[in-house]
Design a protein around this ligand. Structure first.
Ligand SMILES: *Cc1c(COP(=O)(O)O)cnc(C)c1O
Length: 420
């Protein structure tokens, strides 16, 4: 071992020893063949408490309560009436992760469907004022681009594309240059899925508002990882996943945020019975429920929200500020290891080097990385790959140790050092 290698191993150990969140790692279900899980930004690990909670839910709330649990009747259930879960769990996410007051967040649908519902509502409201342009960027996650391309075709809108630097992301200057009197809706990811760029949401929201537009932030790679202040930033709309940093499990439903004063103005297009006022009257015609409940369309995915409850307990206990501080420390350490070990093999950091502009993952690039990924997975090191040549090192602060980052990148270093 060289002195430098030894030094980095010692530093990983020291960072773990002083990590205030270290105890949380033991609360996750072990994955015996994994030596470094570097994809918590794509699918968070399950908590041991989630398995227990699901079991209890099936036996007591579902089995014990049956249909009565929808309205909170029957034997005492441990939680809220299921009817209230979209708003109840939404408020819990808002408090733990979004910097948002109650009554503005619901859990429903997939991110893609919720994105459609909220962007369509915003586009229609703005079109009434002759604002028919939608601003988006070429580097956004595919679903965001596809949904807006579909809505533009459906409603006759013009798409105004921003082309960000691939190793960075959308800047306030770029936004200021495209918004104007025609701007209806602006949609960006707060943390870019590819580069990890952390957009200046406060500044961009202000610029869009000054131009008369509405802004929707996609928070998939932000919620549970970086600090958010949706209310303070004056954000209009937001959506996000719960299966990434919020550990809700594969396909867990999304959350949507609608600022309180927009709730009576915007009408989402999927008018289902569960978003209607007095759903059990089953009456003629659709009148949306008051408040953010009107975002709900059909029967809420109660079972799929159960894991979130354990994850939110854990996030409440840890505190998002502490989570973000560890996230910055983890990505700083990863960048340091890449510079020391991988740069000599032609690997580049394709994420911002300024931690204030970086979310919870670090993307590294090198031609031919796709084939290296297969070998990493075989050795139990699990990052993911994003076209064209990026390996994403995703670092979920509650479940990832500094030693894991060290181990994972050491395996990659050794692979690159092999003569090919
Ligand atoms: C993960 C992700 C999605 C996922 O959408 P689903 O409907 O849950 O598949 C959407 N947008 C962004 C930016 C993402 O990172």
């Amino acid at each position: 071992m060289t002195a430098e290698t030894l030094d980095l191993a010692l530093r990983a150990a020291e960072l773990d020893a002083t990590d205030p969140l270290a105890a949380h790692r033991d609360r996750f279900v072990p994955s015996p063949d994994v030596v470094a899980y570097l994809d918590g930004n794509s699918l968070g690990r399950p908590l041991i408490g989630t398995a227990e909670r699901l079991d209890r839910f099936v036996r007591e709330e579902w089995g014990g309560g049956l249909i009565r649990a929808w309205t909170g009747d029957g034997p005492a259930t441990s939680t809220q009436p299921w009817m209230d879960w979209p708003g109840w769990v939404g408020d819990r996410i808002a408090a733990a992760a979004l910097g948002a007051r109650p009554g503005q967040t619901v859990v429903a649908d997939s991110t893609t469907v919720l994105l459609y519902k909220l962007t369509r509502a915003a586009v229609d409201a703005q079109a009434r004022d002759g604002r028919t342009e939608i601003v988006l960027d070429t580097d956004n996650f595919p679903t965001d681009r596809y949904v807006l391309e579909g809505i533009a075709a459906e409603r006759g809108c013009v798409l105004r594309w921003i082309e960000p630097d691939p190793a960075e992301g959308v800047t306030p200057e770029q936004v200021a240059a495209v918004v104007g009197p025609g701007t209806g809706l602006v949609l960006f990811s707060h943390v870019a899925y590819r580069s990890g760029w952390l957009a200046d949401a406060a500044a961009i929201t202000r610029i869009v508002h000054d131009a008369g537009g509405l802004v929707l932030w996609d928070l998939c790679h932000s919620a549970g990882s970086v600090e958010l202040s949706l209310d303070a930033w004056g954000v209009d709309l937001a959506v996000g996943c719960t299966y990434k940093y919020l550990n809700g499990g594969p396909g867990s439903p999304a959350f949507g945020y609608v600022r309180r004063d927009l709730q009576e103005v915007l009408r989402q297009p999927i008018q289902g019975w569960m978003g209607r006022r007095d759903p059990f009257l089953m009456g003629p015609g659709y009148t949306p429920a008051a408040g953010v409940r009107g975002v709900v369309s059909g029967t809420p995915p109660i079972l799929a929200m159960v894991p979130l409850l354990s994850a939110l307990d854990q996030l409440d206990e840890a505190g998002i500020a502490t989570v973000r501080a560890k996230s910055v420390a983890l990505t700083e350490f990863a960048v340091e290891l890449v510079d020391a070990w991988l740069a000599p093999h032609g690997v580049e950091v394709a994420s911002p080097r300024d931690p204030a502009r970086r979310g919870g993952h670090v993307t590294i690039r090198r031609a031919g990385f796709h084939s290296v990924l297969d070998e990493l997975w075989r050795r139990g090191v699990i990052p993911d790959f994003r076209e064209p040549d990026g390996i994403r090192v995703g670092l979920a602060p509650l479940s990832t140790s500094f030693a894991e980052v060290h181990t994972g990148l050491a395996v990659l270093r050794d692979l690159l050092a092999q003569p090919s």
